[in-house]
Design a protein. Structure first.
Length: 381
């Protein structure tokens, strides 16, 4: 992306962002938890949301369903697929008319799998698991994507919106603690419409929006009050790194759809847009703290995957979080980077991280004063 058009793109996103507070949330700070989230503790967690474990918890989308707003939001998102601007790639294709954009998804929904997942963060997993629904395709194309068959090659089964609603209810029936939509951005319209159906049939689990973090502000505003837990990555501190490793064009993309190739924005905007997105997510749901049952019901949970040779810019990412969000913002520092897919074409990311690299990031988080850390330790994938 040329520098001037990149700047224009970011400026237009800032205009949409409008009233987002860059200072963010000082007044919302709460005491840090005395135990790691979801730990084996006895008695209530300090600052826990008692109402949530007393059975008074009601997901935000239920209220919006009852007053008809959820249906309206679903319809508004649906319209954003023509021309499609559901993600910052802003391809502008007519997905309703059968066109596909950079993410390779049309108006049809493709889902890879759905099941209780026990590998997510402990406050999401509990005993019953996190009720994950894995969506196929993705608006980013990371050269190291561990799920590239699903995200890049579109492996999965065609499903209807009614199917997602049924999946959500089935996951609730299995005892999952939340509905965790994985890589939801390009299907946000389908998800919100499905939620409206599922809420009418008794869905009452918190909604986890498990995203790469590169989100459009306009779309996030439409999700305000619908999402209970935001679970975004903050993958890179540098736009150059984001463009290099996360804009791997699909095969034949430029050749077959030149009109789209000219309009899409590159992942170079990743750091700027993700920072704005995180501030907005925090504004909507606040700091993530588990309730007294050890489970998470609401809040912002950020993930950062430490990459080899400081490619992800872990220290800069951490310092930005510490400076712009409350110090007790939940941060999961992940050590399981595993080169896969096209990562071997890039020598600097063609290995797992070292213990020293992970420890350096963990030290940086503590030095920055972050107190709500999920430091899993050095466990290379
Ligand atoms: S990449 Fe983004 S803007 Fe393009 S079609 Fe997919 S969701 Fe829409």
């Amino acid at each position: 992306m040329q520098e001037h058009s990149r700047r224009r793109f970011i400026e237009s996103c800032l205009a949409v962002a409008g009233s987002v507070c860059a200072g963010c949330g000082e007044g919302e700070r709460a005491a840090p938890p005395s135990d790691p989230p979801g730990g084996d503790r006895k008695g209530p967690v300090p600052g826990a949301r008692a109402a949530e474990v007393d059975g008074a918890f009601e997901p935000g989308y239920v209220k919006l369903h009852k007053n008809g707003e959820l249906k309206k939001r679903g319809e508004a998102l649906w319209k954003r697929m023509k021309p499609c601007k559901l993600c910052p790639r802003t391809c502008g294709v007519d997905r309703h008319g059968g066109k596909k954009g950079f993410c390779d998804s049309g108006s049809d929904l493709v889902i890879s799998s759905y099941h209780p997942h026990f590998g997510e963060e402990r406050p999401l997993v509990g005993r019953g698991g996190s009720g994950t629904i894995f969506f196929s395709h993705c608006g980013l194309r990371c050269v190291f994507c561990i799920n590239y068959e699903i995200s890049l090659q579109g492996q999965g089964t065609r499903r209807s919106i009614e199917d997602i609603a049924r999946m959500m209810l089935a996951l609730q029936g299995k005892g999952c603690h939340n509905i965790n939509v994985v890589t939801p951005t390009h299907y946000s319209a389908h998800i919100v419409r499905a939620l409206d159906i599922a809420a009418a049939r008794g869905l009452r689990l918190p909604l986890v929006y498990n995203t790469c973090g590169w989100e459009s502000m306009e779309i996030l505003k439409k999700l305000d009050g619908i999402v209970d837990i935001y679970l975004p990555d903050m993958k890179y501190a540098s736009g150059e790194m984001a463009a290099k490793y996360s804009t791997c064009a699909p095969p034949d993309f430029e050749r077959t759809r030149p009109e789209v190739a000219e309009t899409y924005s590159s992942s170079e905007t990743y750091p700027e847009l993700t920072k704005m997105a995180l501030l907005e997510m925090h504004r909507q749901v606040g700091v993530a703290k588990p309730a007294s049952d050890g489970l998470m019901y609401r809040g912002l949970m950020i993930r950062h995957l430490v990459m080899p040779n400081r490619v992800s810019g872990a220290r800069e990412v951490i310092q930005w979080i510490a400076k712009n969000l409350p110090k007790d913002t939940y941060l999961n520092l992940m050590s399981q980077y595993t080169p896969t897919h096209k990562a071997f074409d890039y020598p600097e990311i063609s290995r797992k991280i070292t213990r020293e690299e992970y420890d350096e990031a963990a030290r940086a988080a503590k030095e920055a004063g972050l107190t709500n850390l999920d430091i899993q330790g050095y466990r290379p994938g």
